[in-house]
Design a binder for this molecule. Structure first.
Ligand SMILES: Cc1ncc(C[n+]2csc(CCOP(=O)(O)OP(=O)(O)O)c2C)c(N)n1
Length: 377
């Protein structure tokens, strides 16, 4: 379905405020919102999906109109609490329209982190008492109009409603290309970090293309993958996985390779690292100012003072690199300092179109990683 047709239906519902966390299945919607409204009065890219539900609640309280919340189905978990304890009928009875990308739909091929989430997505919506319609590549305008009528009825009654979007179901005539003028890419920055690392260093990498690039860098260097834990799902949580590994393995240096969208999603973790942070923890933030993996929709990270934030959270060492030379110098300097260390690397949004996916399974990854952590130094 053309995104214009979809949005005409949405406008009929009296919706004029949109918020969410982007998803590749919703690229057409996100690009439409960015080109039509940018970010501002009508559109906010939220830190996490639960925050979007809260924004929708605030919008309803202040205007009387429901808002649209978009997300990948991975984000339902982040949204469950405000769905149950804020907008549900038995609490404040606030209608919200959800648009949810259905990764891992049974019968389709998808990555391991999407399989279980995909299997339970419809049951989850049922448990949450959110009536929903499917949007498929072949949904006709007539079917869609009937679904819009159902959504209207639900929203009028103060209930939530969801459109569950199957792969390749929303299309746009153009794809927005997001870019900045920085000199290094995420992959070049990762290559520098890996090539300067020592044999005993351990890496926990964030969700999205960063982990895929790390996997391919190890392949190209023929180093194996046993020092890397790829956080393929659970966006925003790699820093906590790394923290507890660093605490339990004080003889190893543990790197968390993070993304700015992921850091924003659960930013409170920075304060926990700062206050409990072990000396052997190095937190690397790849800041491209965007959710690059799912289409490049901007985050608020370009305006953020991450070094100030990390200092305020208690990281004793904070550094920033904007090019390869600065990065190389910082990586040499920090080896002799006591952490936790925070390094922001500002990168552009270039990624390889031929980037692959891990060819070893998540279980193999876990086992090899645990074996490495067991080894004596
Ligand atoms: C809870 C949750 N919401 C949304 C997603 C979809 N998603 C996967 S990667 C990604 C973008 C990550 O952005 P960032 O951390 O800045 O890394 P980048 O892709 O820019 O390298 C998103 C939104 C997800 N996997 N999980």
């Amino acid at each position: 379905m053309k995104i214009q047709t979809f949005m005409e239906g949405i406008h009929q519902l009296g919706i004029s405020f949109y918020t969410g966390v982007p998803d590749s299945y919703l690229k057409a919607l996100c690009d439409f919102l960015m080109s039509e409204y940018g970010v501002g009065n009508h559109h906010i890219v939220a830190a996490n999906e639960g925050a979007s539900v809260a924004l929708a609640a605030g919008h309803f309280l202040s205007t009387g109109n429901p808002a649209l919340v978009y997300m990948q189905n991975s984000g339902i978990g982040n949204a469950v609490n405000p769905i149950c304890s804020l907008v549900h009928k038995k609490v404040y009875d606030i209608p919200v329209l959800f648009v949810i990308g259905w990764r891992g739909e049974p019968g389709t091929k998808d990555e391991p982190q999407h399989i279980f989430q995909g299997e339970i997505t419809q049951s989850l919506l049922n448990i949450l008492e959110i009536q929903h319609s499917l949007i498929s590549p072949d949904t006709s305008p007539d079917e869609f109009h009937k679904d819009i009528d159902k959504a209207q009825k639900a929203l009028n009654q103060g209930s939530c409603y969801a459109f569950l979007i199957r792969k390749d179901s929303l299309e746009n005539d153009f794809k927005n290309v997001y870019q900045n003028s920085l000199s290094i890419s995420r992959e070049q920055a990762l290559m520098e970090v890996i090539s300067q690392s020592l044999p005993d260093d351990i890496f926990v990498s964030t969700t999205g293309k960063l982990s895929r690039e790390l996997f391919e860098i190890r392949e190209s260097l023929q180093e194996g993958h046993s020092k890397d834990f790829l956080t393929v799902g659970s966006m925003g949580h790699s820093s906590m996985i790394a923290l507890e590994i660093a605490r339990n393995k004080p003889c190893k240096t543990v790197f968390c390779l993070d993304g700015d969208g992921a850091v924003l999603m659960h930013m409170g973790s920075l304060a926990i690292i700062g206050s409990h942070g072990p000396e052997n923890y190095i937190h690397i933030l790849i800041n491209n100012g965007a959710h690059e993996t799912v289409g490049g929709i901007p985050t608020v990270s370009q305006q953020m003072d991450y070094l100030g934030l990390a200092s305020a959270c208690g990281y004793p060492i904070v550094r920033k690199a904007e090019d390869q030379r600065q990065l190389s110098e910082i990586l040499k300097e920090i080896r002799i300092l006591k952490g936790p260390v925070f390094i922001e690397i500002d990168t552009n949004l270039i990624s390889r179109p031929d980037l692959g996916r891990p060819t070893t399974s998540t279980i193999e990854n876990k086992q090899a990683f645990m074996d490495t952590l067991k080894e004596k130094q």
